[in-house]
Design a protein around this ligand. Structure first.
Ligand code: UDP
Length: 371
């Protein structure tokens, strides 16, 4: 009998990285699945549901104004638990699938445990070995691992991290990161090359040449206090590099938004400060980037597919693979380090370079194992 699969999705990267699984089920003609949106990134996700042609079957509402992390966690657990109770007669899941390290994921894993429903964790085993960096994600993913039945580790390094925590070998499957499946889906259909920017600022103000862009993103909580270092560095770099266009899609977190939007960067000719980019806009920018300056997990994984180096605005990373092969670099949030490394970091990507995070076949493997 077909298993009933419940996907629980909270944020932008979770939808981007779970899309290939849902797509694979569709390709296989498998319809016994439902999708829950917890609403953790409700506004940010709107355009993504459309791009990926997925409609959530159940919409939760876990975000409230001025809610702290404890309250968010409590609200997420109660909302997911209530949903499982409500749908148990019509759709009692045989497996719950979540991706990554957010509060949504931790709460999903806990509710799965209490209901005795096997939990599948996509992107399992990432560890920075520092509970404060990234905060609270390192904690979330460690908690999720405790009750996970299917650990889908992207790489051998993440597998080893799980083994060190005594996760049984037979429960770990190294499949690659599903983000590469998503990327390949768009790259192989030439969608990115033919794509016309939906973002008005990019559509009207941008002339694309080979590698004439610099992509900047920054949203990690632990970086909020140092945003001025990054702003000052970008200010200086944009003046010294008038042939480059610096594109900064600003995360909706109020701390980030206020700092960037009240800065002098808005007035510079070769800087585009914009709303978060829709996924295909982001991929097109990345494809034409000379370098990315970012604290994003997803961008660390996607950039190597375009042979774009990343200056990582962090002290540690749970995605060390690109740093280990020398195509990305950890630089933190110090103005001088950002400027110096921007000027000097020029890794060589060999012709036969392949992305260390996956080969684009993760979803197929995962679906074969679960279904
Ligand atoms: N992303 C996007 N638009 C943006 C910034 C990022 O579509 O303006 C995508 C990016 O390509 C990656 C994902 O969002 O796939 C990463 O999300 P984010 O940086 O918010 O989270 P993280 O990966 O750090 O958890």
């Amino acid at each position: 009998m077909e298993k009933k699969i419940l996907f629980i999705i909270g944020t932008r990267p979770e939808l981007i990285k779970l899309f290939p699984l849902i797509n694979q089920l569709r390709v296989n003609g498998y319809s016994n699945y439902k999708v829950v949106s917890t609403g953790q990134h409700k506004d940010l996700l709107e355009s993504y549901w459309r791009v990926f042609n997925i409609q959530p079957d159940y919409q939760l509402d876990i975000i409230k104004a001025d809610q702290n992390l404890t309250q968010l966690t409590a609200r997420a657990i109660i909302a997911i638990d209530s949903l499982i109770g409500k749908i148990k007669d019509s759709f009692s899941p045989d497996v719950i699938i979540s991706q990554g390290d957010t509060t949504t994921v931790m709460a999903s894993s806990m509710v799965s445990f209490y209901h005795n429903i096997p939990f599948a964790h996509i992107e399992a085993g990432l560890r920075s070995f520092n509970l404060q960096h990234p905060f609270p994600e390192e904690f979330n993913r460690k908690v999720a691992s405790i009750s996970t039945k299917y650990h889908f580790a992207p790489t051998e390094i993440s597998k080893d991290n799980l083994l060190m925590e005594n996760v049984p070998m037979e429960n770990i499957h190294v499949v690659g990161n599903t983000v590469i499946d998503t990327l390949n889906y768009f790259i192989s259909s030439n969608t990115i090359d033919n794509y016309v920017f939906s973002n008005k600022q990019l559509k009207t103000n941008l002339t694309l040449e080979t590698n004439n862009l610099v992509l900047i993103t920054c949203h990690r909580r632990e970086n909020h206090k140092d945003l001025n270092q990054l702003i000052e560095a970008i200010n200086e770099l944009s003046q010294k590099n008038p042939d480059l266009v610096f594109i900064w899609p600003v995360h909706p977190n109020p701390n980030v938004k206020v700092a960037v939007k009240s800065s002098s960067l808005l007035k510079k000719n070769n800087i585009i400060i914009t709303e978060p980019l829709e996924y295909l806009d982001l991929l097109k920018v990345l494809k034409h980037a000379k370098i990315a300056i970012s604290d994003s997990g997803g961008i660390q994984e996607e950039a190597p597919s375009f042979k774009v180096p990343v200056l990582i605005l962090r002290e540690t990373t749970e995605r060390p693979e690109a740093v280990n092969i020398g195509v990305s670099m950890l630089i933190g949030m110090d103005k001088e380090k950002i400027i110096t490394n921007f000027n000097t970091f020029r890794p060589k990507f060999p012709n036969d370079f392949t992305n260390p995070y996956g080969n684009g076949k993760a979803a197929e493997s995962i679906v074969n194992i679960i279904c």
